[in-house]
Design a binder for this molecule. Structure first.
Ligand code: MD5
Ligand code: FE
Length: 210
């Protein structure tokens, strides 16, 4: 389960009921004050993934409370139930009750992938905290590429992330390069709440205050 120091994969962590509840919450956010959108990159590109943010709004390459690149509205509050879910995720991955109790994520990025969407190799370093990132996958299986902290190229390991899987990135793996080269269309169990595509929720600690 530990792919690299601090990078822990927990297959099948979410029940189908939990997956359906999360999909419902994400649908509400996707049509909430700041609707889900393809993020525009400063260089003029547009991400193929669609993203909706909770707690803080991410746009390359910073976090704000309002979505200046979408509609100027304030993003939805980060719910307390999601803090608790993040703590349980950390406990499941690391088994460290003290660390889990102190983990207080304040933002979530919800990524939706249709059959064509990809996510290029990148590091997540817009947060001012090095606290772990919790990743939950729902819907179609994807190929997830876990790289190294030095380069966006080899060596890397490709694994499959399946609906219900938990992945936690902390410690030396917090700033590892990673990406999603492929989504395997039509692999989701409709009972997860998504009939097509893949949803990924990442919980993070921004380290920011208002
Ligand atoms: C995804 N999302 O499947 C992935 C899963 C993102 C993103 O990469 O930035 O939205 S989360 C994988 C991840 C996140 C943060 C840190 C690390 C991996 N890591 O240190 O390897 O949509
Ligand atoms: Fe990332």
């Amino acid at each position: 389960r530990e792919l690299a120091p601090g990078a822990v994969h927990v297959p099948g962590w979410l029940t189908l009921d939990q997956q359906r509840d999360l999909v419902a919450a994400c649908r509400a956010w996707a049509t909430g004050p700041v609707p889900i959108r393809h993020t525009r990159l400063p260089g003029g590109g547009v991400m193929s993934v669609r993203t909706v943010c909770v707690g803080w709004h991410w746009q390359p390459y910073r976090y704000t409370r309002v979505a200046g690149d979408v509609n100027g509205q304030r993003v939805a509050e980060f719910p307390e139930w999601m803090v608790r879910l993040g703590r349980r995720a950390l406990l499941a991955a690391y088994g460290d009750a003290a660390a889990a109790a102190e983990y207080t994520p304040d933002t979530a990025l919800v990524n939706f992938y249709d059959g064509q969407a990809r996510l290029g190799m990148h590091q997540d370093k817009d947060e001012r905290s090095s606290a772990p990132v919790v990743s939950l996958s729902i819907g179609d299986t994807c190929v997830f590429r876990v790289g190294n902290t030095e380069t966006r190229t080899k060596p890397y390991t490709d694994i499959e992330l399946v609906s219900g899987d938990l992945f936690v990135f902390g410690g030396p793996s917090r700033y590892i390069y990673h990406g999603v080269p492929r989504v395997l269309g039509g692999t989701a169990d409709p009972a997860c709440g998504l009939s097509a595509g893949r949803l990924n929720i990442t919980m993070r600690v921004t380290g920011l205050t208002d």
